[in-house]
Design a protein around this ligand. Structure first.
Ligand code: GAR
Length: 230
């Protein structure tokens, strides 16, 4: 008997999107004149790896589905594929190698300097695999979001997909949340659920989670841009 839970959304993609019921739909954007009414939100993206989430943001901006512009990409691993994606989109990419900094605070101070130089309004941690400190968090209060591959508060940390598999849960997913000093613990903006299938391994499960990440991250950017709190 197949005991896998089935959660089906209207796209029949075996997932469930959970977000606050506010009128912040991306479809509210009128591409023809929106930038005159609402200037595009200026994003700074931080990434450490492949950058598939970066790619989705860049593509949705290009397709005028998301009223934003990427001011700068900061990446911390010299070989990270995300830098090639930035080049393809003609987006400035700056390598800050954490190994060259004395401590996390000095590293974050440099990040802040670059984000401010680039007039960034909202910071998106899109696969940023470093713990950040109050030096960064306090420089952008309520304006840093992070995407995490689990249904927080379950499976915090950098082995979220692996830990969900090991725990034997039947549903996991992804979360976009505000960044606070405690790791993976800030206010949740949006989540999507993903069933774990009987034969899933790390790769197959992470791939299906990423399909959902690519849907919720642009939505979360719109939500976060509308939060106006100190
Ligand atoms: C994403 O799955 C994201 O959730 C995860 O890294 C991946 C980056 O993918 N982030 C974390 O685990 C943060 N703790 P990408 O480089 O293809 O966007």
């Amino acid at each position: 008997m197949n005991t896998t839970p089935t959660i089906t959304n209207k796209d029949n993609t075996n997932s469930a999107l959970i977000s606050p019921p506010i009128s912040s739909s991306k479809t509210a954007i009128n591409p023809a004149n929106n930038s005159l009414i609402n200037p595009p939100i200026k994003l700074g993206i931080m990434a450490s790896g492949s950058g598939s989430n970066f790619e989705v943001i860049a593509r949705e901006i290009h397709q005028r589905k998301l009223n934003a512009q990427i001011q700068v990409l900061i990446y911390n691993k010299p070989q990270a594929k995300v830098k090639d994606r930035a080049k393809n989109w003609n987006i400035p990419a700056i390598l800050l190698n954490h190994k060259e900094y004395q401590d996390r605070e000095k590293f974050d101070a440099k990040i802040v300097e670059i984000l401010k130089q680039n007039q960034v309004e909202l910071v998106v941690m899109a696969g940023w695999m470093r713990i950040v400190t109050p030096v960064l968090i306090n420089a952008f209060p309520n304006k840093i979001i992070n995407i995490h591959p689990s249904l927080l508060p379950s499976f915090k940390g950098n082995k979220a997909v692996e830990n969900a598999l090991e725990a034997g849960v039947k549903i996991t997913g992804c979360t976009v949340h505000l960044v606070v000093p405690e790791v993976d613990s800030g206010e949740i903006l949006i989540q999507a659920a993903v069933p774990i299938l009987p034969n899933d391994n790390l790769e197959t499960l992470h791939a299906r989670i990423q399909v959902q990440e690519h849907k919720i991250l642009p939505e979360a950017i719109v939500l976060a841009a509308k939060l106006d709190r100190k």
